[in-house]
Design a protein around this ligand. Structure first.
Ligand SMILES: [Zn+2]
Length: 408
């Protein structure tokens, strides 16, 4: 006789705390991809999957799977347990322990299921070597020929880092088996807290544009050269930034964000007019047409500079990802689950990238957010209220149950 599947809050929290103790660093956690602590956490996760009755497997790139025994088809739930160098205890880990708890609760209930629950802990989501490396490899979207070239900040290649998993097979996405991917994550922003909601239903993952603007002028004596006779690459850069801020602000939606994260002036002395200036630019939005509008603004402003005689401006875009929409059925299952359990939810886009974005190119996906205290993440201060942690797991379980029935 099947029982009702139930999240055990105390067990969920104690697993999260135990995982946080692997690679603890001061008040935070340091488990950068393929470090000793990251590999130790992956071995611990595999044991937890096995103890929950799932079939564990660590693959060639360190992705850890827990397979629902005997299922011809399964819903995949997961996230990542690697961290940034000075990370918090919940980024990624929350989604992996949720997946474990949901599978464990459903297995304990003992119900016959036409569709199982597979769980996953993806490797190197944070990009110590390459962002979403584990999930992209799982999807067949990362060329193994690059392993010798891709390095971490200490110069170690992926090939070297992966020797620890050298004897393992590569696990690939099988679309005939996996009906979709569900990921829960901390919001990493302040919106849910500001709205006083426990649950965010992710509507899309924003598209990201990253590039550089390079300005060329002429180096001159900063004391003796009259202002009107200079070709000042620095002044061009600052005027360009001011124009972009004015025009971006005018066209921005509620969800548009932009950042000028790095400025380099050369030669870089107070008494020399800069001959070169380099600027990093990034903007994100959930709408493709908004990104294209910003692309045009950047190009127009660069052309205005080049049309004048005061110097040159060239734009190089280094990354352009499209916004990714969540599957409608996944979204409505999450929304209904939150409503039935009685947790206030709100739809919102994800301003950060996630493994789900890699999976979305191949299978339906859905994402759920829980609030981040003060919107803080990628810092040891990262935290979420215990009641919100438990609420998120309850909604994820209810949504997973709905999905395995909706997709049968
Ligand atoms: Zn994350």
């Amino acid at each position: 006789m099947a029982r009702v599947a139930k999240i055990v809050g105390s067990r969920l929290l104690s697993d999260l705390h135990e995982l946080a103790s692997i690679g603890r660093s001061g008040a935070g956690v340091r488990r950068v991809a393929y470090s000793e602590s990251d590999v130790a956490a992956r071995r611990w996760i595999a044991q937890k999957f096995a103890a929950a009755g799932l079939t564990p497997q660590i693959d060639r790139v360190g992705n850890v799977f827990g397979r629902w025994p005997g299922a011809a088809r399964a819903l995949l739930i997961g996230s990542h347990t690697d961290t940034v160098p000075s990370g918090g205890w919940l980024d990624g880990s929350l989604g992996v322990i949720y997946a474990l708890e949901v599978a464990r609760a459903m297995a304990e209930a003992g119900a016959e299921q036409p569709i199982g629950i597979d769980v996953v802990d993806f490797a190197d989501e944070e990009g110590t070597f390459a962002g979403w490396f584990g999930s992209r490899t799982f999807c067949g979207d990362f060329n193994t020929a690059l392993w010798n070239d891709v390095r971490d900040s200490e110069g170690r290649t992926l090939t070297d880092a992966l020797t620890v998993f050298a004897d393992r097979p590569q696990v690939r996405l099988n679309k005939a088996h996996t009906i979709g991917y569900l990921e829960a994550h901390i919001e990493q922003g302040p919106r849910l807290e500001a709205l006083n909601r426990s649950i965010g239903i992710v509507s899309s993952i924003v598209g990201i544009r990253t590039g550089r603007a390079h300005f060329t002028g002429r180096a001159d004596h900063a004391g003796t050269t009259p202002m009107a006779m200079r070709k000042d690459a620095g002044q061009l850069l600052f005027a360009f930034v001011n124009r972009l801020i004015a025009r971006f602000s005018e066209k921005a939606t509620r969800d548009t964000v932009w950042n000028f994260g790095n400025v380099v002036l050369t030669p870089g002395a107070a008494n020399v007019v800069p001959s070169e200036a380099d600027l990093s630019i990034q903007y994100r939005d959930a709408e493709l047409r908004q990104l294209e509008l910003f692309d045009n603004i950047v190009q127009e402003e660069a052309q205005l500079i080049n049309a004048a005689e005061s110097g040159r401006c060239s734009i190089t875009m280094t990354m352009a990802t499209k916004p990714i929409l969540m599957d409608q059925t996944f979204q409505s299952c999450l929304r209904d689950a939150a409503a039935i359990i009685g947790h206030a939810s709100v739809d919102l886009p994800s301003g950060a990238g996630h493994d789900a974005a890699a999976l979305a190119l191949h299978i339906p996906i859905g994402m759920l957010f829980v609030p981040s205290k003060g919107g803080r993440s990628h810092t040891p201060d990262e935290d979420t209220d215990e009641k919100d942690i438990v609420a998120g797991a309850e909604v994820l379980l209810a949504a997973a149950q709905r999905l395995v029935h909706a997709k049968r």
